[in-house]
Ligand binder design. Sequence first.
Ligand code: C2E
Ligand code: CA
Ligand code: CA
Ligand code: CA
Length: 272
Amino acid sequence: IKEQMGSRVQMYDPKLSEKLARRLLIHAELAKAVQHWPFTLYYQPIISLKNRQAIGMECLIRWFHPTLGAIPPSEFIPLAEETGLIAPIGMWVLEEACLQNKRWQDAGLSPIVMSVNLSSRQFYDPSFLEALNAILQRTGLAPQWLELEITEGVMMDIRTTLPILRELRARGIQLAIDDFGTGYSSLKYLKELPVDKLKIDRSFIQHIEENVVHAAIVQALLTMSAQLELHVVAEGVERDEELDALMRMGCEYAQGFLFSRPVAAEEASELL
Ligand code: C2E
Ligand code: CA
Ligand code: CA
Ligand code: CA
């Protein structure tokens, strides 16, 4: 049986129970965390390849735990989505991001668009638009300096999302499709979506100078985006060779460790 079922037969897998224990631990710590709020935002610049200037910042949540150290968002955001804690966390992120962008503008730094990651649960929350309006009011940030990053999977549920996307757009908020290429990839719907930007997932950018398949995909996406008048950001650029290839292809914007890792607000302000 074991031979037929292959790896699906699992008697006792220490790796698996280790993972489960970690999940349970993070779960419990997350419930406690919302009481004393140990979260902060880091910022990573989005760079124009024409002049190497930052045109935007993506804000990325950080959780520094006194004993567990840095807990990555990939570990706790999915749990926060499951438990519903993403609602208060997501709203805090939005407010903090808008506030920070307003501070930078008020300090006279060259204005940038602040990109905020939105989970599907926030997006579908019927009170979301109203809460977002309140945040823009409170912080005084003009809506064109805010961008919401929504993953492809969420976007492609077009019948539900289209009215929400249109309303956000009408409000003047910018919209980006995140992790493009990893999800359902329905190019068919792309021209129907009222979005401004497409962020090509890092998996297509890695080793693009030698991976001919990825290079062809990115080139096709760039051509198509130009026709649809969409801006494109190449995500996760780490190496000069990748940057060179992207510049040759005419890519407009890029983001990645090559330019800067995500950094705290003070350090980020020096990049503006
Ligand atoms: P994402 O939205 O795709 O964010 C980009 C991730 O890639 C970030 O990881 C960033 O630190 C990392 N990254 C940037 N440049 C490079 C690079 O050159 N090389 C490599 N290897 N990685 C790079 P991070 O901060 O760990 O966030 C992971 C994911 O967690 C994000 O993926 C996003 O889906 C989610 N996330 C982060 N902050 C928030 C948030 O405030 N709200 C929500 N809903 N999700 C968030
Ligand atoms: Ca993102
Ligand atoms: Ca992404
Ligand atoms: Ca991602």
